[in-house]
Structures are given as C-alpha cells and as structure tokens.
Design a protein. Sequence first.
Length: 296
Amino acid sequence: MKVAILGCGYVGIELGRQLASRGHEPIGVRRSEEGVERIDAAGFEGVQADITDREALAAVPDGDAIVFAASSGGRGAEAARDVYVDGLRTAIETFGERETTPDRLVYTSSTGVHGDHDGDWVDEETPLEPTTEKTEVLAEAERIALELPAKYGFDGTVARYAGLYGPGRYRLERYLDGPVTEGYLNMVHRDDAAGAVRSLLEGGLARGEVVQVVDDEPASKWAFADWLADECDVERPPKRTKADRLADDDLSEAGRRRILTSKRCSNEKLRALGYEFAFPTYREGYRDAIETYQDN
C-alpha cells in the first residue's frame, strides 16, 4: 500500500515508520527542506511540497491512500482555515482529479470539536459543539473530509485525536511545577495516534466514519499531576480550582474557554475496531519520561 502523508510531522513521521516496517510505501510530504530531511532520516521517502498549493502537489506521486495530517502551527483561526479547510479541499480535489485516484483519505482532526460537556462522556455520535473559531474550522474540515471524497469516487475517514504526547512532548515540568488547574485530560501517545491510523488503513476500516483516537482513561489533571510527582519522587504540585484560575487578570479569552471546556472522550469504537494500544493509559505512556527524569 502506497500512502501519501501530507503534513508529515510529529505523528506523520511515526506513521511512516510503522507503515514502512510492515512493508508499505509511505511518502512523507513537507513544505520545508528541513522537514523532508527529517522524513528521510526516519527511513522513508520525503517530498518537498506546499500541501495547500495545487501545482506543488503535482510532485507527490499517486497513492492508494492519503493521510492529511497537517498542522497550522498553533496559530489562529484564519491560519487554521487556510490549512484545514482550504488546504484539505485542495488536496482532495487535486488527487481526485488524477487519472489514478486514491482509494481513501484519512483526515486527522481534534477532540476539541466537542466543546464543553461539563465532564460528561462524549463519543462519535455526540453532536459537535465547538467553542472557538478554530474548533469551528476543525468541525467544518471534518464535514469536508467525510463528504467531498465521494465526489471523486473514494472514501473519507476522520481520526479525531485527543491531546498528543510522547517523545519531545511530555511537558513534565508543566505538571510537576504547577500550579495545576482542575479538569480532565484526554490523551493519546504519539505511537498510538499513528498506530490507530495505520490500523484503519490496513484493515480498510471506518470508511465514511469518524473514529475518536484517545486512550483508555481520561484523567483528572490533579490526579495525573499527583501520580506524576509521586513517580518522579518530588513534592506534589500546588492546585487551583477553575474559579481560582478564571479570576486571574492575565488569562486570555482562549485560555478561559479552554478551562471552561470539560469532557471525557470514549475510545469504545476504536477498541471495537480491534485496535490494541501500545500505551493504554498515561501510566504506561509516561514511563520512559519518568525514568529519564529520575536518571538526571
């Protein structure tokens, strides 16, 4: 199976590694020369192209599948629209208009599209309630990913990621130093974020559907921070309630919305599709980071 990974960054490179190790042909696509060098160093083919540019995408070979895993780089709603809506549409149209079209698309979204559910459980059937301009853009992109490919004779799937962590993104100090504001963490290790998409591709699963990619245990931020401190053998961090944090003068509007957004994301569908996690919870996922911290 030949898979073009558009926006082949943190998760995309791991996906490429996994696909290559199983005999597939991943092609990683990045805009920068440095990004392509990282793909090449990971052991599979890299192509330099701006994935939002129809002409630039001509450099990407035909594939059996497209994974649209681009990031807007943490910028605002306008930048997000350029990538997730306009860029996604351009990619689908460009590959769809080729003589040899792909069999399917997987678009990587975010559980941020759910908005606030006051700590209740959400799944793929829960109506979307995005709370920011950026998450509204993500919800629009999900609709495009599910609907537009059919116009060109292939299927779209949305892999909706929870908060990513893993090598280079453990952010131990954030929780060990504190203060930690109450709420829930919905997380997935980078290797499982990639592994879930690989599993969907290899099994031909969830065509025309949304699948939440999140580990087994949404965690209380306070409980997670205390567990992490205990494992690292340091003092437990100070805590703050939501009300305490919301009273701070330095809190941005985006930060305020994040604090007020609370939910627990279910992975029941992904589990039912047969995916087995390498890191079912943060306890397994943070083990390497804790050992490294203890050795320093």
